[in-house]
Ligand binder design. Sequence first.
Ligand SMILES: NC(=O)c1ccc[n+]([C@@H]2O[C@H](COP(=O)([O-])OP(=O)(O)OC[C@H]3O[C@@H](n4cnc5c(N)ncnc54)[C@H](OP(=O)(O)O)[C@@H]3O)[C@@H](O)[C@H]2O)c1
Length: 192
Amino acid sequence: MTIVAVWCRHKDDNVIGIGPHIPWRVSSDFKRFRRLTEGQNLIAGEKTYESFPNRTLPNRKIYVLSFNPDYEVSDTQNHFVVNDIKEFQDFEGTLYLAGGASVYKTFMTVGAKLLPDIVVDSIYQGELNPELKGEKIDITPCVETMHKKYQKISKDYEEDGVITSVWLKKGDFVDCSVIKHIFNAIENKGEK
Ligand SMILES: NC(=O)c1ccc[n+]([C@@H]2O[C@H](COP(=O)([O-])OP(=O)(O)OC[C@H]3O[C@@H](n4cnc5c(N)ncnc54)[C@H](OP(=O)(O)O)[C@@H]3O)[C@@H](O)[C@H]2O)c1
């Protein structure tokens, strides 16, 4: 199993959301996320899942984390409710962590078995949307873990004011095809 955390955080304060919203609109960042996760297995917290248009993202399997055993997904063929992250321990394949903050924090602080192998770290350099009201949600503890336990394995890619880099857990070996897929998605190269 390979776990890949994918986030875009605001420079300096590591904010990823205000209330339920992502407080910026950068379409190239959204497109990069789509390329990274197309055809893949995603893990999303219930609040993030609810924020997807029509509670779905086409052509992905989505594992929705919720403590509520009766939570209902929008597509029972492709979306699955997971009440306990231990259920992922024997997962075969690659899992992309799509947030939100509670999900990143859960995976970036538990025992090594579910600590992501790779972090795709995007940093938005612009201003936060001043019209949004609500709590600012940040992932500072995850960024601290990343700096302590991971090493950067890429250059900084800059696009539309978002700087993206790839980090690998120190001492980790991962499937080359996963790394290749990530770099192709970031560099916007078509895959065979
Ligand atoms: N910038 C980015 O890259 C990015 C990406 C994704 C999301 N976001 C932002 O992040 C914010 C949402 O983050 P959030 O932390 O409030 O919500 P969230 O992580 O999306 O969802 C939280 C919910 O997930 C469930 N959950 C969390 N941990 C669980 C666990 N260990 N086991 C079972 N269920 C678990 C619970 O659902 P129940 O209440 O149903 O039990 C919890 O209320 C929004 O502002 C969103 O826009 C930003």
